[in-house]
Design a protein around this ligand. Structure first.
Ligand code: C2O
Ligand code: CU
Length: 523
């Protein structure tokens, strides 16, 4: 993006942030009190959306409807195409916005718990980031105002109340936030019916078709929730009818803790065009891709060589190293009706039936977007990276030995606005030796709020041989999957907005246990 244009947009964003600040005290312990009133007279939205979290019921299996919680949205200002409601699913809606647009979202909580919405991957002022200190009660409304500063890509939104993100996402609350821009349009990628989002989640249902969350106590919680049914876009065993044409598939791992090793069932390579923070510079071929919780991957899917009436599947291949209570979870799961599908099991995700003959008009672009080369010299601490170690103990989940505190930062969690830094993220495993120590070797998908970063390097970790070709570190990222023993160095830049943001493990059970901390961007 043109730098001058970018600064122009974010100046508007900052104005909105400052306007909001005067109206309530964001550091008041607990939550904001006058959430209804947070609007800024100078902010002129291009798009205004009313978003509500509320209970609902959907048909997932034949027989009884499933009780869920879901987001619904209504466009108050702007073209109706900015909100796409998905039929027959608890998921969605999908927001479709353009870089540079001013967005106001009036979020109303109609569920029985405190909640707040986080725009995962978006570069927004802290008041618009959905930090848990901004939770609102049932009946209250929180007003978000921000300028879409991100490049084109597949972002998403979900609840972020402290201690309850796992169950709330699990109950159905999640939607996509798709950003479009001119650069993407110039790449000439498939659109409309040829642009298919695939949100992958695992769930467990009881005999009455109702969702079952964790039942197994602390050990299951430490492992993270693993469901025994795989859903795509909220549906089990999905069949997607396609033509013998080219498609853009946007995959989001919207699961609480499950990791997927995505591949085509017929062994042809995946053609990857995008990651968390949008399009890659150029397409890449990989035999498979690892997708940790919250990560996105975009594929160019070419069905033109398939004959009508044939089909091909996206699958998740088995892999090693997810450890935890994998083995035991399986053993106990069968006995207790719990986590019988371990993290690392193989299964089908979705079947594509080629039902119609078409001749593709589009060809895979050689260049997709411009990505600035990584310049580690720009970092103020290139020779001495800030280190954060994620570790499990018996009943604890910590970062550098600490758990979440609502409004506090430690001295090593303060960065300066307008600087770049290298962070070394370490999966430090868990305490203890032998079986217990081994069980605490768990993957940690690490997410940083408020920005997109670059992955500079990663070291091998558990299960490396079974997944080494599946890490796509070439583009912009907001979540990096760290297998047990793995370390990654990332390059971050803190621009436009000061304030308190989060970094945490996106295994939602680990997050809820406190494997989450604030970092402060000091102006
Ligand atoms: Cu998608 Cu703090 O999370
Ligand atoms: Cu974790």
């Amino acid at each position: 993006m043109n730098r001058r244009k970018f600064l122009g947009y974010t100046a508007i964003g900052l104005g909105a942030g400052i306007g909001g600040l005067t109206l309530w005290n964001p550091f008041k312990e607990g939550r904001s009190v006058s959430a209804q009133a947070i609007t800024n007279n100078n902010f002129v939205p291009d798009v205004e959306i009313a978003l509500t979290a509320q209970p609902g019921e959907v048909s997932i299996f034949s027989g009884k409807l499933t009780q869920v919680q879901r987001y619904t949205a209504r466009v108050l200002k702007g073209p109706s195409s900015v909100v796409q409601t998905l039929e027959n699913t608890y998921l969605g809606p999908i927001f479709r916005l353009k870089t540079g647009q001013n967005v106001r979202v009036r979020f109303t909580n109609q569920i029985d718990q405190e909640t707040i919405v986080h725009w995962h991957g978006l570069h927004v002022p802290e008041q618009a980031d959905g930090h848990p200190r901004y939770v609102i009660d049932k009946g209250e409304t929180y007003v978000y105002e921000f300028t879409v500063a991100n490049r084109a890509g597949t972002y998403w939104f979900h609840p972020h109340p402290h201690g309850r993100t796992g169950p709330q996402v699990y109950s159905g609350l999640a939607g996509l936030f798709i950003v479009q821009d001119d650069e993407e349009q110039a790449a000439n990628l498939p659109t409309g019916a040829y642009d298919i989002p695939l949100i992958i989640q695992d769930r467990t249902f009881d005999a009455n078709n109702q969702l079952v969350y964790l039942t197994g106590g602390m050990m299951q919680r430490m492992n993270g929730f693993l469901g025994n049914r795989i859903l795509v876009n909220g549906q089990p065993d999905p069949v997607i009818k396609v033509a013998s044409n080219v498609y853009r598939l946007r995959l989001l791992n919207g699961s609480n803790s499950r990791i997927y090793k995505i591949a085509w069932s017929d062994g042809r390579p995946l053609t990857i065009i995008g990651t968390d923070g949008g399009l890659l510079e150029k397409p890449l071929n990989r035999p498979y891709v690892m997708l940790g919780p919250a990560e996105r991957i975009e594929l160019w899917a070419d069905f033109s060589n398939y004959t009508p009436n044939s089909s091909v599947k996206l699958v998740s291949l088995p892999f090693d190293g997810a450890g935890g209570m994998g083995m035991m979870g399986g053993m106990m799961g069968r006995r207790r009706g719990g986590q019988s599908l371990t993290n690392g099991s193989g299964f089908d995700l979705a079947r594509f039936d080629i039902v119609k003959k078409e001749t593709p008009a589009l060809t895979l672009p050689k260049v997709l977007s411009k990505i600035e080369p990584v310049d580690i010299r720009a970092a103020v601490n290139a020779n001495n990276p800030r280190t954060f170690t994620f570790a499990m103990g018996m009943g604890s989940a910590t970062i550098n030995g600490r758990t979440f505190e609502m409004t506090r930062v430690a001295s090593d969690e303060v960065v300066k606005l307008n600087t770049s830094e290298v962070w070394r993220l370490v999966n430090g495993g868990g305490g203890g030796m032998g079986m217990m120590g081994g069980m605490m070797q768990m993957p940690h998908p690490v997410h940083v709020h408020g920005l997109q970063f670059r992955v500079l390097e990663r070291t091998p970790g558990a299960g490396w041989q079974s997944m080494k070709d599946g890490f796509v570190d070439e583009g912009w990222k907001d979540t990096v999957l760290l297998m047990p023993g793995m370390q990654a160095k990332i390059l971050l830049r803190f621009v436009d907005f000061g304030g308190l943001y989060l970094y945490h493990c996106h295994n939602l059970e680990h997050e809820d246990m406190g494997m989450m901390r604030n970092y402060l961007v000091e102006a």
